[in-house]
Ligand binder design. Structure first.
Ligand SMILES: [Zn+2]
Length: 351
């Protein structure tokens, strides 16, 4: 089981592989080790060549999807085209899931934020499914490489197909939106904000699709891709809880929920998937304080904050921007602006 052959913008973070290599199960241990070795090699090779989204914009605005089949290969992407916009469903379930869910993400951004695809100019959404790892097995991850989405089928034990989860599809495509807007650098605090916007929007898209109020939402990220052997509730959670603790395969969820616990070590590009727990939890607190449908008020505050940030922004910048934006959208000292202030206070970032 190879977790990801592109360490950039992967859904399942490297610390999961770190924990799997300590699993009691020798099979899980061995494949995690193979995965880590490969991931570090790839990371070194890609360092300094961060993905740049090239202009693939269509000639016409609107929804335009392409789904390709990699048939278990790891490269070259994208593979064989199996379904394009307007085509009838394929025989292949993963193809249809990638097509439908990328359509949901497009519809969410259009209806909720009046954004026309990732670049706001109708960029076609390209997805490859059945992506393999470089050892010939199915990839247990999903990633956005700056140009397209890629989904693995999972090992069938800890992970199933990554096209099963709208959180995952929303998360990865939001990395595309980030790259066309604030373009937050994928390292330390700006990288944690990049990861957090991807999680927040992934969760919001799922809530919007299922018409869930804040108290009905599960606030877990990636729970739908967990296989029968995974005994955890999700990969991450936006609540104050840990997504998993002392699990025999996954270990303990390392995400902090307060700025005083900021991870400053070298792993995971200085904690992009770890420190995202802090702004994730701030969003959760804002949304639950305001109540109702999170995409109606908390969502626009966060989206406009994303647009206002830049590639070097830190969490404190996000806190200050969101406070100002909440005041602009809903009024000074409005309940919404107070909710934003209280939320950032609660995670140790006073505005
Ligand atoms: Zn990500």
């Amino acid at each position: 089981m190879h977790l990801c052959h592109n360490p950039l913008c992967c859904f399942v973070p490297p610390y999961i592989a770190d924990n799997l290599k300590d699993s009691d199960n020798p099979v899980v241990r061995q494949i995690a080790l193979a995965s880590l070795g490969n991931e570090y090699r790839t990371a070194r090779r890609l360092l300094g060549t961060l993905p740049v989204v090239t202009s693939l914009a269509g000639l016409i605005a609107g929804k335009e999807r392409y789904v390709f089949d990699m048939d278990g290969d790891s490269d070259p992407l994208p593979g064989k085209l199996l379904r394009k916009e307007g085509d009838p469903p394929s025989q292949d379930e993963a193809v249809n899931e990638a097509y439908d869910k990328s359509g949901d993400v497009y519809d969410f951004y259009k209806e909720v934020f009046d954004r026309d695809s990732l670049d706001d100019a109708g960029l076609p959404l390209r997805s490859s499914v059945h992506v393999g790892d470089t050892f010939g097995g199915p990839m247990s991850n999903a990633f956005f490489n700056g140009q397209q989405m890629a989904y693995g089928d999972g090992d069938g034990n800890l992970f199933i197909s990554f096209t099963k989860s709208l959180d995952v599809v929303g998360h990865e495509l939001t990395h595309g939106v980030v790259s066309f807007t604030s373009n937050l650098e994928y390292y330390f605090e700006s990288g944690a904000l990049n990861e957090s916007f991807a999680d927040v929007m992934g969760s919001l898209i799922t809530q919007w699709k299922n018409k869930q109020t804040v108290d009905r939402a599960d606030w877990y990220i990636g729970n739908e891709v967990l296989g029968p052997g995974a005994k955890i509730k999700g990969i991450r959670t936006l609540t104050a809880e840990k997504a998993y603790e002392n699990d025999r395969d996954f270990g303990t969820d390392p995400q902090p929920k307060h700025y005083k616990d900021l991870y400053t070590g070298p792993r995971d590009r200085k904690g992009v998937h770890i420190n995202s727990g802090i702004p994730n939890h701030a969003f959760y607190l804002v949304a639950t304080k305001i109540g109702g449908y999170a995409w109606e008020k908390a969502g626009p505050i966060w989206y406009k904050t994303l647009l206002a940030l830049n590639k070097k922004s830190k969490m404190k910048d996000a806190a200050e921007q969101s406070y100002t934006i909440a005041g602009t959208l809903f009024g000074s000292n409005s309940l919404e602006q107070q909710a934003v202030k209280e939320a950032w206070d609660a995670v140790g970032l006073t505005v």
